[in-house]
Design a protein around this ligand. Structure first.
Ligand code: ADP
Length: 547
């Protein structure tokens, strides 16, 4: 059915035909009809009346219907035309079709034919209009979809950045980029309250912001404090902006609170330089970005807390080290002071034992021997303490010289002979002449400690064997083998630790840690093998001196 607004222009100078078309067909069908009886009027009305269809006679006085078609075509109008041809003149109809006519009616006109032709052409027109409208809608929907896709991609990228990124500065920059992208804004920035500074707003990231405010510095656009207080998003533009500082560069702004558990910790702002307002969809998209910003803000707080914790731990650690250093220094001083008198006391006891031996009875000699043993143990301990140069790198303090390793071993064995005799332990040497590049004082200390331990932990009547041999490749290999009580495998991995004692006898658990420090400093290796009840073997290697 025709709609009221559909208009038809009838161009004919035959009154009967006009009457038939208008009064008997088009008007009853509900069309709005205009009439022209010549081409000039028709062209005028085609423009002013804007019909949806023209029904035009090809045979008009003056200019013909074909002229009308030509004129309409040259004007580029798309109005469909039905032509009326004289009877028996199909050729005219054909010519009219070539000029773009949609249909034709033959005189004498008949109502039914007019109705059919008008309906067909009008329906065609309507369909064409609808198709165009649909195409436009489709194009718009496509554009909308593309935009949504862009927004979703931006949001998902921000989501990824929030979970993946360690660099917070970069993350905040991404957030602001994303905010600007999803709201199609000209510029954007993120302000967060500085907890340490009364919640003062600090600029964390900005994009296209005029004036280049420095990052990590306090900044205020005039609007942010309002949103910090209200906790509500603010969509502002036009005259309302004028009173705020931001109005210098922007005519529209959208300000979103960044919240952590209901507490506003900052604001995310996007703005347009022109008076291009933000709508509800921009607001909800910016809200999503602000949610991500809040996760990042939590991370900032955690990060800051961690940083200050790490700082205080480091401080505590330094204080501890300093106090440990001063303790070690005192220990070393005391040890140094002890060694002189201890050495003298030992010498006198030894002298008394050898020179005055005949004047003493067995009991008195026994007492002196115990005194000598105890003095030796304390002397050994003082020596170990002196060797522990805490906090210093032993390797830096070595005095390296070419030295015969077997000589150092021999000296140490001689030194321990009295103790060995006392314990009924035989000291056996198996030496090859080996020269090493070493600190002789330090390596003597290693022999002293290992031989003293071997004697100390040996069974009476057993032997301690000291081997100095060529090692594998360019190393020298020393082993000290005893047939003592051995070391439980549970303790074996720890015996080189400071103050570690597998079984408590005299000593402080320092000797082996001193040994390890010295051998490590020389670039050698030290280790122990032991079978409980059968004895232990302590090994160390040293790089041999270059030939
Ligand atoms: P300590 O002053 O206790 O002897 P060391 O550091 O010299 O300290 O030795 C650590 C521990 O290793 C000792 O307490 C002892 O239990 C064990 N140990 C060391 N050498 C021997 C050995 N030759 N035989 C058995 N146990 C040993």
């Amino acid at each position: 059915m025709a709609k009221q607004r559909d208009k038809i222009l009838v161009v004919d100078d035959d009154l009967d035909s006009v009457n038939l078309i208008n009064s008997q067909v088009l008007s009853p069908m509900g069309y709005d009809v205009a009439i022209a009886n010549n081409v000039a009027t028709a062209i005028q009305k085609a423009a002013s009346f804007a019909p949806s269809l023209i029904i035009a006679s090809l045979t008009l006085q003056g200019l013909s219907g074909k002229d009308l078609l030509t004129a309409l075509r040259s004007q580029g109008t798309e109005i469909p035309v039905i032509v009326i041809t004289p009877a028996n003149d199909e050729a005219q109809a054909l010519a009219a079709f070539r000029l773009g006519a949609r249909d034709y009616l033959v005189r004498p006109l008949r109502e039914a034919e007019i109705v059919t032709a008008v309906d067909r052409v009008m329906t065609e027109g309507r369909l064409r209009t609808e198709r165009v409208a649909l195409q436009q809608q489709l194009a718009q929907a496509n554009a909308d979809l593309q935009q949504r896709l862009k927004e979703l991609t931006a949001l998902s990228n921000i989501g990824k950045a929030v979970t993946d990124m360690n660099d917070l500065g970069l993350l905040f920059a991404r957030l602001v980029d994303g905010a600007v992208l999803v709201t199609a804004a000209d510029m954007g920035w993120l302000l967060l309250g500085d907890e340490a500074n009364n919640g003062q707003l600090v600029l964390y990231a900005a994009k296209n912001m005029p004036g280049r405010a420095p990052l990590r510095q306090p900044w205020d656009d005039g609007l942010a404090p309002l949103v910090m207080m209200s906790g509500e998003a603010l969509n502002i533009g036009g005259a309302g902006m004028a009173q705020f500082k931001i109005a210098q560069w922007a005519k529209a702004a959208l300000v979103m609170p960044v919240k952590v558990r209901d507490q506003v910790v900052g604001v995310l702002t996007v703005a347009n330089a022109a008076a291009k307002p933000f709508d509800d969809s921009h607001q909800s998209l910016l809200g999503a970005v602000a949610d991500y910003a809040s996760i990042a803000a939590v991370n900032v707080r955690l990060f800051q807390a961690l940083e200050s914790r790490a700082k205080s731990l480091q401080q505590g650690n330094e204080e501890l080290r300093a106090s440990q250093r001063s303790k070690d220094e005192i220990l070393q001083k005391v040890s140094r002071e002890l060694r002189g008198p201890l050495g003298q006391a030992k010498n006198y006891v030894e002298l008394a034992l050898s020179e005055a031996s005949k004047l003493l009875n067995e009991r008195q000699r026994g007492h002196l021997k115990v005194a000598l043993e105890k003095l030796s143990a304390v002397d050994q301990l003082a020596g170990d303490l002196l060797s522990l140069e805490a906090g210093t790198d032993v390797a830096q303090t070595l005095t390296l010289r070419s030295v015969r390793l077997d000589d150092l071993a021999r000296q140490s064995m001689t030194k321990h002979q009295p103790l060995a005799q006392e314990n009924r332990v035989a000291l056996v040497a198996e030496f090859a002449p080996i020269t090493v590049q070493a600190d002789s004082v330090r390596i003597s200390r290693v022999f002293d400690n290992l031989i003293a331990n071997a004697v100390k932990y040996s069974l009476r009547g057993s032997e301690v064997r000291v081997r100095v041999q060529k090692g594998e490749g360019t190393t020298a290999h020393v082993s000290i083998v005893d047939r003592g009580k051995g070391i439980d495998p549970v303790h074996l991995p720890n015996i080189f630790d400071r103050f570690y004692q597998a079984s408590s006898m005299d000593g402080a658990g320092l000797g082996l840690s001193v040994v390890k420090e010295i051998i490590d400093a020389h670039g050698g290796k030290v280790w122990a093998e032991s079978t409980p009840g059968k004895g232990s073997t302590f090994h160390f290697t040293l790089p041999k001196a270059a030939a």
